[in-house]
Write a protein that binds this ligand. Structure first.
Ligand code: HEM
Ligand code: HEM
Length: 217
């Protein structure tokens, strides 16, 4: 079965809207400044979610243990935390993008944008419910199943139309698989270093923030 729905995007949009509404309600409070209690907590929460985004999916991808849950669910969580974490960071900034911290925020935006491009390429390749790429044999089997169903004499017209459209859609996707696979590989080589650069900036910003707030200076 081919994966189509994207509940993680809806959940992320809902969570971000709820956080933004709560923030708008609190916005007049002085504690929303990046170094004050609310702003600071948003920075820490967003940073933890981003760290999980970076590490969780990569670890699962390299683990062969099925009991860790299906890859598809991990990617959904990756995308959810990869949107919600940066959104909390945006609220943490108080819309001040100056200096190193400002460059860090820009790097976060670049990584998230890159994530959306990756998601487009990733979902362009037909996959099983578990998130594994369908092999050419499996794809040919799917097309054969549809053809067999279409060949049935007593097939209702509505279903025939639906299946014909589904077949055309699947065939179009199958044709694009080699190009999408190449683009996804290329995307990986860009996205991963972008993430490393972003975390280098983020850790530097956090180290400076701790240095100053702990009064070590
Ligand atoms: C990727 C993660 C983060 C980004 C992109 C980010 C970005 C920013 C930005 C744009 C500002 C405003 C700069 C200014 O006021 O001049 C700021 C301020 C601040 N951030 Fe972060 N931040 C992140 C994570 C964190 C974390 C995890 C902490 C806590 C340990 C933190 C602590 C602070 C503090 C204390 C300030 C206030 C600095 C001041 O008022 O001079 N940030 N951050
Ligand atoms: C804080 C933000 C994010 C970080 C740090 C991050 C980091 C990463 C890393 C390190 C990988 C490579 C995993 C691996 O192959 O081991 C990856 C893959 C991926 N990410 Fe993100 N990501 C972020 C946000 C997003 C967002 C917002 C989306 C989608 C809207 C997304 C979609 C993807 C996809 C589709 C893959 C490829 C999955 C695969 O080929 O197995 N990411 N991400």
């Amino acid at each position: 079965m081919v994966v189509r729905r994207a509940p993680e995007l809806w959940w992320a949009a809902l969570t971000v809207a709820a956080a933004a509404a709560l923030y708008a309600w609190l916005a007049h409070a002085p504690q929303t400044a990046p170094g004050a209690v609310i702003g600071h907590s948003l920075g820490i929460a967003g940073f933890v979610l981003m760290l999980f985004t970076e590490i969780g999916y990569s670890l699962r991808k390299r683990s062969r243990r099925a009991r860790w849950g299906p890859m598809k669910s991990w990617l959904r969580v990756h995308i959810y935390t990869g949107i919600v974490g940066p959104a909390l960071i945006l609220l943490h900034t108080s819309w001040n993008f100056s200096g190193l911290a400002g460059w860090t925020a820009i790097a976060v935006a670049v990584v998230v944008t890159s994530g959306f491009i990756g998601r487009y390429l990733y979902t362009a390749i037909p996959r099983t419910v578990a998130g594994d790429e369908l092999s050419p044999t499996e794809l040919a089997g799917l097309l054969r199943d549809i053809d067999a169903r279409l060949a049935e004499a007593e097939l209702p017209e509505a279903e025939r139309l639906e299946l014909t459209a589904a077949r055309a859609h699947l065939q179009k996707r199958v044709k694009r698989v080699p190009r999408m696979r190449r683009l996804l590989a290329l995307w990986h080589t860009v996205h991963v270093p972008l993430g490393v650069a972003m975390f280098t900036l983020a850790f530097t910003h956090v180290a400076i923030a701790i240095w100053f707030s702990a009064g070590v200076r």
